[in-house]
Write a protein that binds this ligand. Structure first.
Ligand code: FPP
Length: 226
């Protein structure tokens, strides 16, 4: 079976999961965060090398301030609580997104986690925080201009994306039944396969990931060729 090297997930449906249970939206985000560790482990077990997770978009700042600060605290707590387990499992933790609007404390935790796992040989877990695909392209083009590059090519742009050494995602999964890209990995997903499931992110499990990988492996990826 062809296993995708890089899987990227739009973890959608936390709010609905909570609302259905009469709980505050943040409870859905907590439940959503609690399943990440198991999914990372299973992804590594099936042979996935890179797993990108869309945790907070450049548009998510528009949410109510309680939800924004709750999500930020959740991410900070996640790093504090899970870093040693991730390290023990050989996971390299990386982040993609704008850094200038993240609190100094969270940014310091992100940088420390990246530094501590830089030599890990296992799966690379890429958490996208304050990430927007258009913003990433703007940042890359800004860097091109600053570097005085006039020969603009796919390669010269790709080299200036947030994580240029990470291969493009082979498979993008979106949960919760929404059929949108929502500004995720716009440049990198040019030839990705997409998999949509109605399952809400907090209910996503190993079997769901297996189904997505099986669907991917049955596809004929011509990438524009005949
Ligand atoms: C979308 O659901 C989800 C988010 C905006 C946040 C995703 C964050 C997590 C799963 C937790 C932290 C992640 C890690 C990597 C520790 P939504 O709120 O838009 O749901 P809705 O569409 O049902 O309202």
């Amino acid at each position: 079976m062809a296993v995708p090297e890089h899987v990227a997930i739009i973890m959608d449906g936390n709010g609905r999961w909570a609302t259905k249970r009469g709980l505050p939206r943040l409870a859905g985000h907590h439940k959503g965060a609690s399943i990440v560790e198991g999914i990372v482990r299973h992804a590594a077990d099936v042979g996935i090398k890179y797993l990108s997770l869309y945790a907070f978009s450049t548009e998510n700042w528009k949410r109510l301030s309680d939800e924004v600060s709750g999500l930020m605290s959740l991410l900070e707590r996640y790093i504090a609580e899970k870093l040693s387990a991730l390290k023990a499992n050989g996971v390299r933790l990386r982040f993609a997104g704008r850094k200038d609007r993240i609190s100094l404390r969270l940014r310091a935790a992100m940088e420390a986690a990246e530094a501590e796992t830089v030599d890990a040989g296992g799966l690379q877990l890429i958490v996208c925080i304050d990430y927007g695909g258009r913003q990433e392209i703007i940042d890359a083009v800004t860097a091109l201009v600053a570097d005085g590059v006039t020969d603009v090519t796919e390669e010269s742009i790709s080299k200036r994306m947030y994580l240029p050494d990470v291969p493009d995602p082979d498979l993008v999964i979106r949960t919760s039944g929404e059929l949108r890209v929502s500004n995720f990995l716009l440049w990198e997903s040019a030839y990705s396969e997409f998999y949509f499931t109605d399952t809400l992110w907090p209910d996503f499990d190993d079997a769901e990931l297996d189904k997505a990988v099986e669907s991917y492996s049955s596809r004929d990826r011509r990438k524009g060729g005949a």
